[in-house]
Design a protein around this ligand. Structure first.
Ligand code: MD5
Ligand code: FE
Length: 203
């Protein structure tokens, strides 16, 4: 069943399932234009999660910091456009969680392989903290860590399965969060990977 994680955070179980058939070829086109790559954090660590983006703005990191850019630094070209099915999925999920008229301008695409993880962090490079963030999980299961407003606050573990969508807004938007190292439990459609789309209003 759908699950409330916080006052303004909701898990919509299986919400993305009806979109998957249209989403996968759109993802293949994004990957072909702006391939997944392992970015380096300002602290000098190479991320175990590989990233790409679509939409007018894309999130990147390198030794000089985190930022949104309109071009892919690896190709010198604009990021791939946001496919209509992505925008529709994000808007309809936001509406289902009580956020009307969500129009993301950025979709960060994360690719996890067995062992990939994301350490506790806050998402604070976006200009508009009032807009929600919509996160779509596809493929292998992940254990999501949902924390508090301080890095040392206790975390709640939330399993995220193929098709689950989480919407974070309001008071839950700036919570610390992360993903535990993925186990290799291959998924019938995606094999040994997990794809996460994170839709944001960044500009
Ligand atoms: C993931 N990705 O599963 C997650 C899903 C990222 C990232 O964290 O930054 O790429 S997005 C989860 C999220 C976003 C915004 C706020 C909160 C969680 N939160 O307050 O817990 O790859
Ligand atoms: Fe995040």
């Amino acid at each position: 069943p759908d699950q409330r994680l916080g006052a303004a955070a909701m898990v919509l179980r299986g919400f993305a399932l009806p979109y998957v058939r249209e989403v996968m070829p759109a993802l293949a086109a994004i990957e072909a234009q702006s391939p997944f790559r392992h970015m380096v954090t300002p602290g000098g660590f190479t991320m175990s999660v590989a990233l790409t983006n679509c939409g007018a703005l894309g999130w990147t990191t390198d030794r000089s910091g985190y930022r949104y850019t309109s071009t892919d630094p690896d190709t010198g070209q604009p990021w791939p456009g946001m496919p209509a099915v992505f925008a529709r999925l994000a808007r309809e999920a936001a509406t289902a969680a009580g956020f009307d008229a969500f129009e993301p301008d950025a979709c960060l695409v994360n690719r996890y392989l067995p062992g990939s993880r994301m350490s506790l962090h806050q998402d604070k490079n976006e200009r508009d903290y009032d807009a929600p963030i919509v996160s779509v999980s596809l493929g292998m299961r992940a254990v999501f860590l949902f924390g508090g407003h301080k890095r040392t606050d206790p975390t709640v573990k939330v399993p995220l399965l193929h098709g689950d969508v989480v919407v974070w807004g309001g008071v839950d938007r700036m919570r610390y969060h992360g993903v535990m190292p993925l186990k290799d439990e291959p998924h019938a459609l995606l094999g040994s990977r997990r794809i996460n789309f994170t839709f944001r209003k960044a500009g």
